[in-house]
Design a protein around this ligand. Structure first.
Ligand SMILES: [Zn+2]
Length: 134
């Protein structure tokens, strides 16, 4: 039997006893019980969200550059640290293959691979230098 049905059943009995004060008191208590039930539902939801957040938080690894990775992630996917710090959202960043990344949501950018970024820079410098000579 649900809480609501229980209250209704008792209310019927009290109504037969023809005691208006008792009846009002019962309705009042019934409302309080239903309010508490709703509050418990909300707290459970909140608790679930907090546990989920804590779970992700414990998996996060920070780096010198503004990105994060998750422990035990074989793929080492790179996520935006700004989005996590602001909204606790895990947002995968775009990697350009030249060692740089950019967040599609907040445009946070940086270097995820120093070596690749350096090579790219040297290549670009060489191309530009050649352009000057010819
Ligand atoms: Zn972001």
């Amino acid at each position: 039997m649900s809480l609501y049905e229980g209250i209704k059943d008792v209310a019927k009995v009290v109504q037969k006893a023809d005691n208006i004060d008792l009846y009002r008191q019962l309705l009042d208590l019934g409302q309080q019980a239903l309010d508490m039930q709703e509050e418990i539902r909300q707290l459970k939801q909140e608790n679930y969200e907090l546990k989920k957040k804590q779970d992700v938080e414990s998996q996060i690894e920070r780096h010198e550059q503004p990105y994060i990775t998750l422990k035990n992630d074989n793929q080492s996917i790179i996520y935006c640290s700004a989005c996590w710090d602001n909204n606790q959202k895990i947002v995968q960043v775009r990697c350009d293959g030249n060692g740089r990344f950019k967040c599609p949501i907040c445009n946070n950018e940086g270097i995820y691979n120093e070596e690749m970024s350096k090579k790219h820079y040297e290549k670009m410098t060489a191309i530009m230098g050649r352009g000057y000579n010819y």
